[in-house]
Design a protein around this ligand. Structure first.
Ligand SMILES: [Mg+2]
Ligand SMILES: [Zn+2]
Length: 187
């Protein structure tokens, strides 16, 4: 049977917002990051990271760095008894300086391509899933696949909260990802 998922934005949601995260030293967990993921694991949710990484398209870092960063995240989580079921990133940008990534793709949020791909790969029930992010475009991707959406106030979240978007109505606005998880577990 298809499983519900919680799709987590990476920068500003699961990790501190670091601008273009281009070195492992800039990859900073919140104090509650591991607990948040472990609680979702235990509750039977698939946990999927979905992240726009236009730094690849802009030549700021390579795909191999994103892979290394995700390995680091997986290791830290694993040491805390938590795990992510899938890491998805969009390396594209319509105005990329690196030609192979210059594309108006279907995966860059707010488009939902990473969510639909994960749903196919991992047999996910999108209508029973949640999307947590600090930008409206994260939530818009979730809205397009019928998932419930939560805005966190970390990262760009406070700024986003101050300019609501009529087409994206979050199920909740919460302080951070651990509060988002508490909300989801009560939903
Ligand atoms: Mg973000
Ligand atoms: Zn893409």
């Amino acid at each position: 049977m298809s499983k519900p998922a919680v799709f987590l934005d990476r920068d500003g949601t699961l990790l501190e917002e670091a601008g273009y995260l281009d070195r492992l030293e800039r990859l900073v967990f919140f104090p509650y990051t591991i607990d948040a993921v472990r609680l979702l694991n235990r509750a039977g949710f698939r946990v999927v990271i979905v992240t726009n990484q236009a730094g690849i398209a802009r030549g700021i870092f390579k795909e191999s760095f994103v892979a290394e960063a995700h390995e680091h995240v997986a290791d830290r989580l694993s040491a805390g008894g938590a795990h992510v079921d899938g890491f998805y990133y969009c390396p594209h940008h319509p105005e990329a300086t690196v030609e192979e990534f210059r594309r108006d793709c279907e995966c860059r949020k707010p488009k939902p391509g990473m969510l639909t791909r994960a749903a196919a790969d991992l047999d996910l029930a999108l209508d029973r899933s949640f999307v947590v992010g600090d930008r409206w475009h994260d939530l818009e991707a979730g809205r397009r696949v019928g998932a419930r959406t939560l805005l966190v106030r970390t990262g760009y979240g406070r700024t986003e909260e101050a300019s609501p978007k009529s087409h994206v109505q979050p199920a909740a606005v919460v302080d951070n990802v651990i509060e988002a998880v508490s909300w989801i577990l009560r939903a």
